[in-house]
Ligand binder design. Sequence first.
Ligand code: ATP
Ligand code: MG
Ligand code: MG
Length: 558
Amino acid sequence: MEHNSSNFIRSIITEDLETGKRDNVYTRFPPEPNGYLHIGHAKSIVINFGLADDFNGKTNLRFDDTNPLKEDTEYVEAIKEDVEWLGYEWDGMFFASDYFEEMYNRAILLIKKGKAYVDDLSADEIRQYRGTLKEPGKESPYRNRSIEENIDLFERMRKGEFENGTKVLRAKIDMSSPNINLRDPVIYRVSHTTHHNTGDAWCIYPMYAFAHPLEDAIEGITHSLCTTEFEDQRPLYNWVIEECEMEHKPQQIEFGRLGITNTVMSKRKLKQLVDEKFVDGWDDPRMPTISGLRRKGYTPESIREFVKETGVSKGSGTVDEAMLEHFVREDLKLKAPRTMGILKPLKVVITNYPEDQVEMLDAEINPEVPEMGTRQIPFSREIYIEQEDFMEDPPKKYFRLFPGNEVRLKHAYFIKCEDVIKDADGNVIEIHCTYDPETKSGSGFTGRKVKGTIHWVDAKHALPAEFRLYEPLILDKLENEEDSTEQVSSEEKTFLDFVNDQSLEVLQGFVEPNMKEVAAHDKFQFFRHGYFNVDPKHSTNEKIVFNRIVSLKSSFKL
Ligand code: ATP
Ligand code: MG
Ligand code: MG
């Protein structure tokens, strides 16, 4: 979605303004604070904030906190941080729970109009009575209680006279409606649970389907954008607005959910991964959470651009994670300084280089952006190269180091492998090379050519660093037919079976000494290895910890 390009929601809004149905645009992003935000939420954020911005409208951040059992202030704080980090500023910040009194009064109004009743059926019975798509529902024996009795019972529910699950308030609509959502949906339940915001003030809580339209109406929301699983609830949404006599009438519009391959994207599942310690917290770099992507090294720009590219439509789409990676690569290409790091070190001794000599070499910080200037790299007699850049017995077309072969050390000299030192078990522990002083990088040497260029760091001056490389957290291309309407599918029981136990590889290596001053979240392109982020949690003065954001190559094409 280019903001100024068209999509069906934008067309609706444009028409609403042109016909005078609306004279402003007011959206909201309404997360339930029962987990951290994920990349799917980023889509909702970009759409809600983005559309409002385009029409000079406003957007609220609203915590949809009507279920005290699952909600927590930790999540509220994390959500605020993530929305701000993505680059959006809300106009108002509200809690649905701030409207509990008003919602209660609207429920009383419904009762007085004969449009709601207290039901003593159990949750199971209510489900059974509701019927199926093929057969109509059955009316509860409590459906025809008098208005007086209903008011009395509902007031006593509020006072705490009834146990959890013994009484609910239901909207009185139509038990034979073809839309099951209209078969007298429950709108209040008893729950003796402390709420993160209202504490113990309430022991009855409104259901989402009742609360959400009221929240929108109270805040003056014009276009209430949600995902398509709520499409069937739209008639109920409108019923609540009408029957509760809300002055302001918002309009619900649904768009398709975003899914990504090789991950799961439901807060319930993500929480399970955290609780059962498959990952080290909600912000583990393998998580599809905003905080995980941030810790891995994603930029807000790359996430926003990615989301826009996925577009706005009615259909939900699962996109390849390679597409997300494409956008961060694009974003960092011109921003990230280049550097060299050795992930799996192999010592190289340059036998003809003077023992105590150290020279400083010049290297561009980013050849695509000359204004970024140069950095200095020390070079001396002992260096580290990658283990995989040496083979004693190479196959054809291996152009890196092997006995007798010459390669270019990036930013330095040509070196030639003269000798291989092994331990008692025959493992290669050191390589002896000679260098040719004539071949210094930048000297204009053209005497002969080599096919391989490898990277290195100076052994004496290099800084120790840890590199964390990530693979997908979920192995199979699980379809994320997400559904926040609390359905349990068979996939639900088994997604943990698809968790990749090789999703993290930790390597101890070295980086250039000019990295001494790096700060959390600094991003670099390590020559040949890809883009890395300084981990904000585990990096210390003694050892820098880098998360690989993405490797350099991609098969992905837009
Ligand atoms: P989950 O099922 O992952 O827990 P949810 O829909 O229950 O998500 P909410 O906190 O209710 O999470 O979501 C806030 C807003 O973000 C809602 O409007 C919801 O529709 C939207 N949203 C959630 N997941 C996605 C997604 N994958 N793609 C697009 N929008 C999403
Ligand atoms: Mg949910
Ligand atoms: Mg939800």
